[in-house]
Ligand binder design. Structure first.
Ligand code: FES
Length: 642
């Protein structure tokens, strides 16, 4: 991908971007304020800039006069960058001061390649499900071993050391004819685990070149499935869809409640299997892979999702002392669950640690190699539950805190999931209180998703529109801050510019919910550190997992006190760690052992039993925290903006 340099005047700010990058996004990344109130939909006409040098591809010029077009005016949100550029932001698009130089690096944290977390690259290709081509000596009067003994002998000769070798009954049914028709040249599909080796299928001739597994991240909201080539660890295709169970409740607690109703558990199991089957079909249709060559499905998910997948009651997970039915699973026949794969395919749910610390986190820890590192690392997966792990190669300690749905848009007046039209990035000019917003896919604004909520909260605070308690300064002379029906609020988008034709606002009640969510996560981090007597500065690396984490701006998350105030370079975004871990297990027995080892070694702290948690939570209910010394860079920014 070609890179281009864009210089914005009069700020003289430069940024390097990929060819085709949106000009408004480039301005935001360069911290150049350009008014933008329709989210990049091209309808407000406020993001006009002048391209003095270089070329852009403009999708449209709505709202610009022919005179302006001649002068080089474009709408930044509708332009893709096609060369090095010099761009002038005219006064009418700027409003207010030139932003002060910030001390922090712009691009905060680094990103693991999406499908190649560290350990996946390092583990040896040695899948737990294998196809082995065997050329067996035909039986004679001197060698009268049975067909199964002959295959077992062949497998041992191929290097399998498992004491116990068993054959699935359907394999036995046709084995005698099959091996003879194939002149004793057969491919055996085998699954291995602690208890031994199981032959799940035999085929005539050599079919070992076509063999696949599926890695699944079974999320409460979204399910992602990846078809993996077992010849070379590679991803052939990846598909995602909403978990069909969403219609029965948004979060794990409402699913548990639904499962306890008559027929509820069956319905939830059916819905998630339907989702998985839909994804499998998509993977197969796209790649042309033959379903009969898929031998195994490896599933990482939270403990409740895995219970619902298997049709196990999650009832006692919700009741003190919060006990799951199972935390370590065995191979399960795919057809028994209703998964549309051949009879020989099996499902392997990865191990969990506790009711609220599931295989998704275990898989992420194993995939990132946190469990093999000398350095002290913090792993955070933020969703409805914030799951936090602290440790390294010698020990791992974890907790889960209920952040509530605020970061996923729940309990927030105009909160929404991260879909088209969701406001995902926000800047607010401190002098004029005018916002610069970007929406997903540049569509007309509909609401605010998690990353947009964090941005808005941080910007309101850094611009002193709200105070440390999250209360609005109603003395400001701007129509954007006003008293609404739910108390004081900030208008991010006026009705005439929103898709819904209604003002999009963030209210004080929303802010309270966000403060509670961030306080729960920060208090969880605090408790883990306290329990092993280490301090924030001892942490060498911070891994941010989950789909939400991918879009999080670390500086903003620090500004509101959600993440600890540590240097940017310590933050690492891993994308979907759960899927990465399931992929690693699919291609490597070493990876599978690592996941089991992580689950065994991880100590779980139940915060509901921890008296210090409430104190930490209350202290974290302020922006960024009651103890300002914990957030020196945020306090410095505030002081500079005075
Ligand atoms: S026209 Fe570009 S942000 Fe509205």
């Amino acid at each position: 991908m070609k890179k281009f340099k864009v210089t914005f005047y009069p700020d003289n700010r430069k940024i390097e971007v990929d060819q085709g990058e949106n000009l408004l996004r480039a301005a935001l990344a360069a911290e150049v304020h350009v008014n933008a109130s329709c989210g990049g939909d091209g309808t407000c006409g406020k993001c006009r800039v002048v391209v003095d040098k270089g070329s852009v591809r403009a999708k449209g010029y709505a709202k610009l006069s022919s005179e302006e077009k001649k002068e080089g005016y474009v709408l930044a949100c509708l332009c893709q960058i096609e060369s090095d550029l010099e761009v002038r932001v005219p006064p009418e698009s700027r409003l207010g001061r030139v932003p002060k130089e910030r001390e922090r690096a712009k691009v905060c944290g680094h990103i693991f390649p999406a499908d190649a977390t560290e350990r996946l690259r390092l583990v040896r290709l040695d899948p737990p499900a294998k196809k082995i081509f065997l050329v067996l000596p035909p039986p004679t009067l001197d060698d009268s071993a049975s067909d199964t003994q002959r295959i077992s002998r062949g497998l041992r000769a191929a290097g399998f050391r498992e004491e116990r070798i068993e054959f699935d009954p359907p394999v036995l049914k046709y084995l005698a004819n099959l091996v003879r028709e194939a002149a004793f040249k057969v491919t055996a599909t085998v699954l291995t685990d602690d208890t031994g080796l199981k032959v799940t299928k035999t085929e005539k001739g050599d079919t070992s070149g076509n063999h696949y597994a599926v890695a699944v991240d079974l999320g409460t909201t979204t399910v992602v499935a990846r078809l993996v080539d077992l010849k070379n660890k590679e991803t052939l295709s990846e598909k995602s869809d909403y978990n069909g169970q969403v219609s029965c409740g948004e979060d794990v607690i409402s699913r548990i409640v639904f499962a306890s109703k008559e027929g509820g558990l069956d319905k939830l199991q059916h819905l998630v299997i339907q989702t998985i089957n839909r994804l499998l079909k998509g993977l197969i249709d796209e790649t042309g892979a033959d379903a009969k060559n898929i031998s195994a499905v490896f599933v990482a998910g939270n403990t409740i999702m895995l219970h619902l997948l298997l049709g196990l009651s999650p009832k006692y997970i919700r009741e003190e002392p919060y006990i799951p039915t199972v935390s370590v699973f065995r191979w399960i026949e795919a057809r028994d669950l209703g998964i549309d794969l051949p009879d020989s395919a099996y499902v392997d749910p990865l191990p969990c640690v506790a009711s609220y610390l599931g295989a998704d986190v275990v898989a992420g820890i194993a995939a990132t190699g946190v469990s093999r590192k000398k350095e002290l690392a913090l792993y955070i997966d933020i969703g409805t539950n914030g799951e936090i792990v602290l440790g390294g190669e010698d020990w791992l300690i974890s907790c889960s805190c209920s952040a509530g749905p605020a970061f996923e848009g729940g309990g927030v007046k105009h909160g929404m999931r991260a879909t088209a039209g969701a406001i995902e990035q926000v800047r607010i000019d401190a002098e004029t209180c005018e916002p610069m917003i970007l929406t997903i896919e540049g569509k007309k604004p509909v609401g605010i998703c998690g990353s947009g909520l964090i941005d808005t909260l941080a910007e309101l605070f850094l611009s002193r529109i709200i105070d440390r308690r999250g209360k609005f300064d109603l003395t400001l002379s701007t129509p954007r801050v006003r008293k609404g029906e739910n108390g004081a609020e900030y208008v991010l988008v006026w009705g005439q510019e929103s898709k819904t034709k209604k003002d999009i606002v963030l209210t004080e009640v929303d802010i309270d919910n966000l403060l509670r969510a961030k306080a729960a996560v920060f208090a969880g981090i605090d408790i883990l550190l306290d329990s092993v007597a280490v301090s924030l500065k001892d942490i060498e690396e911070i891994y941010i997992a989950g789909a939400f984490g991918k879009y999080l701006e670390v500086e903003k998350a620090i500004a509101i006190g959600l993440l600890p105030d540590l240097p940017c370079e310590k933050f690492i975004f891993i994308g979907n760690g759960s899927l990465g871990g399931a992929h690693m297990v699919a291609v490597s027995r070493e990876g599978k052992d690592e996941v089991k080892r992580v689950a065994r070694r991880m100590t779980y702290l139940d915060l509901s039993m921890n008296p210090k948690f409430m104190d930490g939570y209350v202290s974290a209910l302020f922006l960024p925290h009651t103890n300002a010394e914990l957030f020196p860079s945020v306090m410095a920014q505030i002081a500079n903006s005075k």
